[in-house]
Each structure stands twice: as C-alpha cells, then as structure tokens.
Design a protein around this ligand. Structure first.
Ligand SMILES: [Zn+2]
Length: 124
C-alpha cells in the first residue's frame, strides 16, 4: 500500500518538533482523517533557515510533513510557496489515492507558516 519512501519518512521523520525562536507558524487540519499539522520556521532574509513540524495524524500525514520540511529547508519563501502537493507525492514515490488529501495538508502548512511570517513582518 505504501512505498518504501513513505515508510522511511514515517519510521524516521525528519525535522520533527518545534524550531527554537521561530518567527513563522502555521497550523492546518483536515476533517477526513482528523490530521493536524503544525509547522514552525525560522525565516531570515527571506530564506527558510530552519523548519520543523508536529503532526497529529495518520502515517501518510507524518511522511508528507517530514518530506515537505526537507523540500523547503534552505529555500527562499518564494521557492517554498511553489511547493505543490503533487511534488510532495512525487518525492514520496506515490501515495494511495485515499491519502492524497494528507499531502495537500503539507502544502497548506507551508503556505500558512509563510503567510504568518508575512503578517508578523507587517506588524513590526
Ligand atoms: Zn491523513
């Protein structure tokens, strides 16, 4: 049902936890499997220096958040905003159709965190 890549990221999630001194935070959820994904980032000069996630949810949600953090780390916010759920699914070498919505969550979490960072920057 799941590719080796999915199982690898599920069993050994990368960048799990919360970034110390984060200046961007996004929490998203889906009603379908009750997944909740929280992403924190440290953004300096428009570059995502550090990113971590906490996901309460199914294995596919954990795997997609893990790989999504790897895909946006070290990137500019503009590059990170181009991350799509299909790119995440491709990087995981596929997901079962009923789990595609979990990869959408990763894309949404990245966007929510960057939006939050922009709001904070506007307030300063
Ligand atoms: Zn899910």
């Amino acid at each position: 049902m799941y590719t080796e890549r999915v199982m690898d990221h599920f069993n050994n999630p990368r960048n799990m936890g919360e970034v110390e001194d984060y200046n961007a935070e996004g929490t998203v959820g889906n009603a379908k499997c009750g997944d909740i994904m929280r992403m924190t980032m440290r953004i300096e000069d428009g570059v995502i220096e550090d990113v971590k996630f906490k996901t309460f949810g199914c294995g596919a949600a954990v795997a997609t958040s893990s790989i999504a953090t790897e895909m946006v780390k070290g990137k500019t916010v503009e590059e990170a905003l181009k991350l799509t759920n299909s790119a995440v699914v491709e990087a995981l070498e596929g997901l079962p159709p009923q789990k595609i919505h979990c990869s959408v969550l990763a894309e949404e979490a990245v966007r929510a965190a960057i939006e939050n960072w922009r709001e904070r920057a506007g307030e300063e």
